[in-house]
Ligand binder design. Structure first.
Ligand code: DMJ
Length: 621
């Protein structure tokens, strides 16, 4: 018997073995015969396959499409099925015809065809590698109040100019000593990075600072940043990054820069990066890992987190950016990922109505029962409120979830100290720790922002609560030597709003207290908020400014503090931006048109009208 010849795709031929074949003509005849035999064999296998496919193909009519509200066009099932069958039959006949023609062709002709096909595939691959396809156009949301905001009072304008000068000093120093690195070491005058950026050079300060530069009218600097992004920002490196930090600083920063300036490159980069974050959601529950490797897509959680848990403030702070990504790309996947998280949380029991900071992404169970409005919890609550605001107040599910969460927080975590200071403590296994973090101070602004629309007409109550938190946080600044706030402060044993432990006395250029002053200013126009903001700005300029930029300080109670030698990217993104806005008029980034992400990147309110966001179907993982 003759062993069948093989026709490998590469076009190289493995000769047929014919026992006893000695002369060339006989050998050729055997080859042609076996060639036909093989082709016939392939043909019959193909026919069997087609029939198999016809009977076992899934019924496509049952599958819905992801579109902007597009449903199947109303054909009934029977007609649809018939057209499907006709299509399969036509495909089948065409394949038969092609196979017959192939049988008639010579070996040379077949080889030429294979060669042409190979060239085509290579060309396609090259095209794919050449770069991303342009994104589909979407209606640009209304973009208002993106520049100017000059205050009418000369004294206020002077303060605003001073903040712009501080921004320029921070940026120029980074430009000179740390360009392309994530952050700057202003004393060592060189680049700095931390593990949240995977120790790779991703220019975090450039991306984080762009929108501040834009609104401050620093257009040359903005252009410089844009050029760096166009030429250097890429996400193909072997870097293990924090999903949360990359989302709020990079995706938020790029989206804000896109909306403010209209430059497509920012949108493209944001989408490229978002695609790299998606593998982090490949967990048994769909709750993402804290970290993901941008190259391999492998995810994991922080070693210090309770029982391998993901962190509430991390997986709960993706909503705003991800909804915008779906809006801009038409790709439902981003929206589905965050809605899946929301649905999963809604189904879970909450101890005392509180959300614990830790959730295991493998089991879907809470870790330790710790609840905080500061680190590990903070921006989860913020994003519930902002999801509602960003949806033009149509996402009432988010608003209700926020209201319920805040109600439980007020009941269990918010207290008044003996000295009359309202504070937000931390809940640890049924016990209230009377300690508040600098991070928690953002909540004053959040309560004020959520006052309008609160249930049972409690707007006045929440505005008052915001004012009380602002006052407490101001006290935490005022009770120090440098007039800068510590990282955490206690309300215990006669001590109020002061740090006790040495490792809680530092100030690392954080924005939260100034953020709350700005929101309170916008809602009340009480001049004390501008006054407090100016005190903080002066203290930063006096104690944190060095020739190579701005640095954090290790002890706000010492008149001779040492520096931590880091200029954090959020100093340019948030602290200086909120200060600048505090001394601007309200028509710069008005709050009914813009919602600030947790890194102070403004994203426009989506007036969706009758447009349905793609992906409102059940979440797919
Ligand atoms: C910022 O990166 C963001 O505000 C985040 O939500 C928590 N805090 C830092 C700055 O303190």
């Amino acid at each position: 018997m003759t062993t069948p010849a093989l026709l490998p795709l590469s076009g190289r031929r493995i000769p047929a073995l014919s026992p006893g074949a000695s002369s060339f003509p006989h050998h050729r005849a055997t080859l042609r015969l076996s060639e036909k035999f093989i082709l016939l064999l392939i043909l019959s296998a193909f026919i069997t396959l087609c029939f198999g496919a016809f009977f076992f193909l899934p019924d496509n009519s049952k599958h819905k499409r992801f579109d902007l509200g597009l449903e199947d066009t109303g054909k009934d099932g029977a007609i649809y099925e018939k057209s499907l069958r006709d299509k399969i039959r036509a495909d089948h006949e065409r394949a038969l015809q092609e196979a017959k023609e192939k049988l008639r062709k010579s070996r040379a002709e077949l080889q030429a065809e294979i060669q042409t096909e190979k060239v085509r595939v290579v060309e396609e691959l090259k095209k794919k590698e050449a770069g991303p396809r342009p994104l589909p156009p979407v209606p640009m949301p209304k973009v208002v109040g993106v520049s100017d905001g000059e205050p009418p009072e000369p004294a206020v304008k002077e303060k605003r100019d001073k903040i712009r000068e501080m921004m320029k000093h921070a940026w120029d120093s980074y430009r000179q000593y740390g360009w392309g690195h994530n952050e700057l070491k202003p004393l060592a005058k060189k680049g700095h990075t931390t593990n949240i950026f995977g120790n790779s050079q991703m220019g975090a300060t450039i991306v984080d600072a762009l929108d501040s530069l834009y609104i401050m009218g620093l257009h040359e600097e903005f252009k410089d940043g844009q050029e760096w992004i166009e030429q250097n920002l890429d996400f193909t490196g072997n870097a293990e990054v924090s999903v949360f930090e990359v989302n709020i600083r990079f995706i938020g920063g790029l989206l804000a820069a896109y909306y403010l300036s209209g430059q497509e490159v920012f949108k493209l980069k944001a989408v490229q990066l978002a695609e790299k974050l998606l593998p982090a959601f490949n967990t048994p529950t769909g709750i993402p890992w804290a970290m993901v490797n941008l190259k391999s897509g492998v995810g994991r959680n922080w070693g210090w987190a309770s029982a391998g848990s993901s962190i509430l403030a991390e997986f709960g702070t993706l909503h705003m950016e991800f909804v915008h990504l779906t809006y801009l790309t038409g790709n439902p996947v981003y929206y589905q990922k965050v809605m899946h998280i929301r649905k999963l949380l809604a189904k879970m029991d909450r101890p005392n109505g509180l959300y614990p900071n830790y959730l295991n992404p493998r089991t879907g169970r809470w870790g330790q029962h710790h609840t905080s409005v500061g680190g590990l919890g903070d921006s989860f609550y913020e994003y519930l409120l902002k999801a509602w605001l960003m949806s033009d107040k149509t996402d009432t599910e988010a608003r209700k979830t926020y209201d319920d969460a805040i109600e439980a927080i007020e009941r269990h975590l918010i207290r008044k100290s003996n000295g009359g200071l309202t504070f937000i403590g931390e809940w640890k296994n049924g016990h209230l720790e009377r300690k508040m973090g600098h991070l928690t101070c953002f909540a004053g602004g959040m309560f004020a922002l959520g006052a309008d629309g609160s249930p049972d007409d409690k707007a006045g109550h929440y505005l008052q609560l915001g004012a009380e938190i602002a006052h407490t946080c101001h006290e935490s600044y005022d009770r120090t030597v440098l007039k800068l706030g510590p990282e955490a402060f206690k309300f215990d044993s006669g001590l109020e709003a002061v740090a006790v432990r040495q490792n809680e006395k530092y100030y690392i250029l954080r924005p939260e207290v100034i953020e709350t002053y700005w929101y309170m200013w916008r809602f009340t126009h009480d001049p004390k908020y501008r006054q407090w903001g100016w005190e903080a700005a002066q203290a930063i300029d006096k104690y944190c400014r060095v020739s190579g930029g701005f640095s954090g300080v290790k002890d706000v109670y010492s008149s001779n503090p040492t520096y931590d030698d880091v200029q954090q990217s959020f100093f340019l993104a948030e602290t200086l931006k909120y200060l600048y806005l505090l001394f601007s008029s309200d028509d710069l980034l008005p709050l009914d048109s813009w919602v600030f992400n947790t890194e102070a990147h403004p994203l426009p309110v989506l007036h969706l009208g009758n447009i349905t966001l793609p992906g409102s179907q059940p979440a797919q993982r």
